[in-house]
Design a protein around this ligand. Structure first.
Ligand SMILES: Nc1ncnc2c1ncn2[C@@H]1O[C@H](COP(=O)(O)OP(=O)(O)OP(=O)(O)O)[C@@H](O)[C@H]1O
Ligand SMILES: [Mg+2]
Length: 512
């Protein structure tokens, strides 16, 4: 089909002094699967929010099927067939799946009464069609991230959407869940639904989309054909220069496999030592150590217990058994505060829930862990400003100034704040859970460099990541988890994706 689809014409939007979109024009053919990519803060989510009627553009126009449209609310956009799956969850957590699907457009009976039965039945139909393993009555807060995303798709379908817009829907999904979501999207396409997909994962963009539009600094750079454009060209268009190279190893890897003289500290004093740590059913009898200056990668499929180990080490959960020592001293942490005092820091996976204080300024967010560690409420103003400024600069955090609250930042820039605030504390042991989730290529490179620099300065790093190339690029040693147990260990140098995956997926009972 080449009928006029969705057209953006000269769309501009500023937030105060920040020009998020500077007059963007491009067209998405009806029935197409179209990607929109760009660095953190390029304006992707802003463009999508304008399309969905959440924010108003300062100027410019939208047309859909040849007709000029203007949406002043998400409901109105939905009414015109534009359904959206959001980057950050906007569901009503304490309401049921059914209530979330029909919010704002409830089915009513003859006297205007809500027709609960009809809504539940339609919800069940949609959940079955999309193979979502929840019931219409399940409370939204008990629905996993992957299912919650599919519930948003169900909501769009309940409104007979003709355009499905997905803003980074796969950042928290496992490979199998991504396959499922893409299967659903593929079927919708066959029914003629137009798809607009935003993601930092270029392989997924290439898998799903026919055309790719690149935004840079709020400007349209170009629309490229998937079939004829190598991904390096897309990256170059996104960053406006040569794509960043893999992080070089700035020091010889310090691993238990290295000869003793290569290690900067004696192997008898690991910075972090974990023995027989258990928290059933999440994980059991886990033992390992991390030396000062070492980066240990922990890999495993989602559900293998990795996040739970980090949370337990950081005092957010109580173990059933096991010992933990920092610098040879046994520690018993009951809270994040205890953990910080003991020299631990955690970069958590979920920035919405654990990573940021949305009512505090960036400056406060950035220095809070440092203040907590020093046992003071707030650091002196000048010191605070300097620490915060240094972080904003080194991570290229895109913000007008330090007084804004985190909600004014793009998703990836929020993640940089989460990583940056803990990297400012120079803990003895740094725990990192998916440190570059939702972060663009350039920032990923910066965060990797920061981690490497901290390790070179003697910090012990334990990093959980689902991004296998990231683990292979950074880790001196790789621990592989499967079903709550440590199944093996590989030296970082020379390990292959296949070897790691084999350990992560082998049937129980296989050799470790
Ligand atoms: N509510 C807001 N108030 C102030 N500034 C905002 C607001 N929303 C977005 N911005 C700014 O507008 C710019 C574009 O943000 P946007 O969220 O569209 O980026 P993005 O391309 O989606 O990035 P990411 O890949 O990190 O999600 C950023 O500089 C951001 O800080
Ligand atoms: Mg975004």
């Amino acid at each position: 089909m080449t009928t006029a689809g969705l057209e953006f014409r000269d769309v501009a939007k500023a937030f105060g002094a920040v020009q998020a979109l500077r007059g963007v024009s491009f067209t998405i053919a009806a029935g197409d699967a179209h990607a929109c990519v760009g660095e953190n803060g390029a304006g992707k989510s802003t463009l999508l929010k304008i399309l969905a009627g959440i924010i108003r553009p300062d100027r410019g126009a939208l047309s859909w099927a040849g007709e000029r449209v203007h949406f002043s609310s998400p409901r109105e956009a939905l009414g015109h067939g534009i359904g959206m799956v959001y980057q950050e969850m906007l569901a009503f957590p304490n309401l049921s799946v059914t209530a979330n699907i029909f919010a704002g457009r409830e089915i009513t009976g003859p006297w205007g009464r809500l027709d609960e039965r009809a809504m539940r039945a339609r919800t069940q139909e949609l959940l079955t069609q999309l193979h979502v393993p929840v019931t219409p009555d399940t409370s939204m807060e008990r629905v996993s991230t992957a299912c919650a995303q599919l519930v948003q798709v169900a909501r769009a379908l309940a409104f007979d959407c003709r355009v499905l817009v997905l803003d980074e829907p796969t950042t928290s999904l496992t490979d199998a869940e991504v396959d499922h979501l893409f299967g659903v999207v593929g079927r919708l396409r066959q029914q003629g639904v137009t798809v607009l997909f935003v993601s930092h994962r270029l392989p997924e963009v290439y898998r799903l989309c026919d055309r790719i539009t690149v935004l840079r600094d709020g400007q349209f750079v170009g629309t490229f054909e998937r079939a004829t454009t190598p991904s390096d060209d897309i990256v170059r268009a996104m960053v406006g220069r040569e794509p960043p190279k893999r992080v070089p190893r700035v020091s010889s890897p310090v691993s238990t496999f290295a000869p003793a003289e290569l290690r900067r500290t004696s192997p008898s004093s690991p910075a972090l030592q974990v023995r027989g740590l258990s928290s059933r059913p999440a994980f059991e009898d886990v033992s390992f150590q991390v030396a000062p200056g070492e980066i240990v990668g922990m890999f495993g499929l989602v559900g293998s217990g990795r996040t739970e180990i980090l949370e337990t080490l950081f005092g957010l959960a109580v173990p059933d058994a096991g010992q933990v020592a920092v610098d040879g001293q046994a520690i018993h942490v009951r809270s994040a505060r205890d953990a910080a005092r003991a020299g631990l820091a955690l970069v958590p996976e979920n920035r919405q829930r654990q990573g940021l204080f949305f009512n505090l300024s960036l400056r406060h967010n950035l220095v809070l862990p440092l203040a907590a560690k020093q046992g003071v409420g707030v650091i002196r103003d000048a010191g605070e400003e300097a620490v915060a400024r240094a972080q904003v600069e080194s991570l290229a955090i895109k913000t007008p100034h330090l007084r804004v609250t985190p909600d004014a930042l793009s998703g990836g820039n929020q993640q940089k704040i989460v990583a940056g605030k803990w990297l400012a504390t120079t803990p003895k042991v740094l725990l990192l859970d998916e440190p570059t989730k939702g972060v663009d290529v350039g920032a990923k490179f910066e965060i990797h460099n920061l981690i490497r620099r901290q390790a070179d300065a003697g910090m012990a790093c334990l990093m959980v990541s689902s991004d296998l190339p990231e683990v292979l690029a950074l880790a001196d040693r790789i621990l592989v988890m499967r079903e709550g147990r440590l199944r093996g260990e590989l030296p970082g140098a020379g390990a292959t994706e296949e070897a790691v995956m084999r350990l992560a997926t082998q049937e129980a009972g296989g050799t470790a």
